[in-house]
Design a protein around this ligand. Sequence first.
Ligand code: ASP
Ligand code: MG
Length: 476
Amino acid sequence: MRILKFGGTSVGSAESIRTVLSIIDASVREEPTVAVVSALGGITDQLVSAIALAEGGQSHWQTLLAEIRRRHLDLVPELVAGDFRQGVAKSLEARLTFLANRLEGVQLLRDCSPRVRDQILGSGEYLSSHLLNGALLSRKIPALLFDPARLIFARARGAEPVVDFEITNAQVRQALEGLGQGTVAVVGGFIAGGEAGIALTLGRGGSDYSATLIGAALKASRVEIWTDVDGVRSADPRLVPESRILTEISYREAEEMAFMGAKVLHPKTILPVKKAGIPVVIRNSFNPTFPGTRITADPAQTLPGIKSLSLLKNQISLSVQTPQPLSGGGFNRPLHYALANLRQAPLQVNQFNTGQEVQLLLAGDSVAEFRELLFREFEGGGENDNLPLVIPGEPVAVVTALHSADREQWGERMVRQLRREGISVRGAFGGGSDQTSVVVSERQAEEAIRVLHRIFIDEAAEWQEREGFGRLGRVS
Ligand code: ASP
Ligand code: MG
């Protein structure tokens, strides 16, 4: 069994979808295949805007919905053969009517409940999966459409729903295990079924996660994530044009990269597959012969060195001070409560010995949330008079290197090179043996990542190639 996931740009136009059909066709000749599909490129963003307009009491969402409608219905005659045309168009129209009704309700109420929001947002995948299914059948590829809300089960909890792996595994196996040779199951990504049968969405970019959840349940031979780039790079090419495609990385590296700001994969994508050891391959549907990046438990050994650099901007260094050490373990308890409930974990926590001060490195947009959680704890504990001082510093940026786990002093070496180039470094910290971050001002952040890439990746790779040590990665 093989899982192929197609992102929004890969199904963005009739031409791209034709390529996708060929990719699926080649796959089903080898193995039963599950095709997980995102909404057509840009649709989810339009749905987000439509909700915002309706919530504001405006009717302009109708213009957006008309565009969404046109875009899908125009593809039907292009991709779907005569026999299937009417059926597909009818399913699309039914969902578009559903969508119009929901948005009308939101406009009337000037309010959108989380569940209605999920129903609206997930509609893009509903539409794209019906379209793809019809296009596959028209190509005489045996396709079966499955409802993702009956495969993936999640519970609504806070900002993002929590998937129940046990129930999901059982449901996916029951539905898809028997998939025959030569057949493709089509599933809209992003959507999960919640309690009481109400659909949820898995967070923006969540179709990657859908694909690996299904892949893990079926013990798939691999999960291919088809997108519009050649693979995972040593750095964001918008910042570092010379960045290289990494041919192989580990699960851990992929997770760290997603966490540290690289936008290739949804952050939870690796979670379901890493225990089962199922490879994830990032591939480019606009360059389908390129092998892409393979993510596995133990990628082929590369030489010691820095493999990739990522950049997180808008981080705030926050100092939290209490007037006096509080009873019962200082302010550890409220502090840890606040940190544990924060939607985005801080990059660094530094506690000083007195028990009266802690320094945090936190995403800029989490500061207000943190302050609120912390104060709520103090007030709840009757500690109104002892409210801590929360003092934010200037926004900074964090450049993180993933490197070989060895005794090289990567932090020191990075800091030395940056200083040599006139970049002032505010701090450095490690995240395990194979990860080092440096903190710089936002103003110098992009220069910092370029300097580090030139010295530790370009020059190192050139040297290795010259010395015949093979390649670190390939330049596409
Ligand atoms: N369509 C959804 C989004 O744009 C999910 C996905 O594409 O992965 O966030
Ligand atoms: Mg994506």
